[in-house]
Write a protein that binds this ligand. Structure first.
Ligand code: 5RP
Length: 289
């Protein structure tokens, strides 16, 4: 451990000076192998942006609002998503194998008792390959005394699998209730994910987000978080993209909307067409009629 006393507060983030991408649309991924790049391209496309639809909530929370029946609530939305984030249980039991939307597979295990979350159990490499995962997602609880070490170990192990078989890994930053959700925390959490090998990092939008994306050498996507009014969710998505995010991995703000198909199309337009929040909200209202 270096002597922490001599470290100065970070400030030279170079916001506004994009990281060199070596000719690949996603930063930090230009030197990866063909299979990795191909899978990342399936998720992010030519513009390097992605709307991931998250419906993995049931793996620790059961059938909460919106994911009671994934066949009814999520499958009809697949045509608007660039990627689906779900567990292997839902994939095999509910998602039609004719689906061609790439899958970011929840690849760690959870329990409903949060202190025992992710007890060093991650998916077998063969299993991720068998279900044709385009990426593997694991939770990382930076700053949580009980689970940080276990979850960092999970990420590290999953990255070993991913590197061996060419499957990108997404580190998902889990924010404990006792942690301050500020830019400093998210810079720490996202950077630790990237330095431990994550190819994509999922985190939350916060004020000062441009320093979070600048200091993280790989693409960041944001989680939507708890359900808020549609206009607000579209604004968060817009700000995140504007501040350097490569996309969103949104769940509740899509599937808990009164009009999920309209909402997912409006979010997609923010990400891929650069619609401003008011324009996107107008689109949502028009589609919801
Ligand atoms: C939890 C997750 C969820 O998929 C994530 O929270 C996205 O869903 P939402 O937009 O509802 O927050 O990764 O670990």
């Amino acid at each position: 451990m270096p002597d922490m006393d001599n470290f100065k507060e970070a400030s030279a983030f170079g916001v506004g000076t994009p990281q060199e991408t070596a000719g690949f649309p996603l930063k930090g991924c230009g030197n990866l192998d063909w299979g990795m790049k191909n899978r990342l391209s399936r998720i992010f496309g030519a513009d390097g942006k992605s709307l991931m639809l998250a419906c993995d909530h049931g793996f620790i929370m059961g059938p909460t609002g919106g994911v009671e029946r994934i066949d009814l609530s999520i499958v009809p939305l697949l045509e608007y998503a660039d990627c689906l984030m779900c567990t292997r249980g839902i994939l095999r039991s509910v998602i039609p194998p004719t689906n061609t939307v790439p899958v970011c597979l929840r690849s760690d295990a959870g329990t409903s008792i949060l202190t025992n979350l992710n007890d060093n159990v991650v998916i077998a490499a063969e299993e991720a390959i068998r279900v044709n995962a385009a990426a593997m997602a694991v939770m990382v609880a930076i700053g949580d005394e009980l689970t940080e070490a276990k979850t960092v170990a999970n990420l590290y192990h999953t990255v070993d699998i991913g590197q061996k078989y060419g499957i990108p890994v997404m580190g998902v930053t889990a924010v404990g209730k006792q942690m301050t959700r500020d830019a400093k925390y998210f810079r720490l959490a996202t950077r630790m994910c990237a330095e431990n090998g994550a190819n994509i990092v999922k985190t939350y939008y916060t004020e000062g987000f441009e320093t979070v994306t600048a200091a993280c050498p790989v693409p960041i996507v944001i989680a939507g978080g708890k359900k808020v009014p549609e206009r607000e969710a579209l604004e968060i998505a817009y700000k995140a993209i504007n501040d350097g995010a490569a996309g969103v991995d949104m769940g509740r703000n899509v599937f808990q909307s009164e009009h999920p198909a309209a909402m997912i199309q409006a979010v997609s337009a923010v990400i891929h067409k650069g619609l401003k929040p008011d324009e996107a909200y107008q689109m949502f209202q028009d589609l919801a009629k």
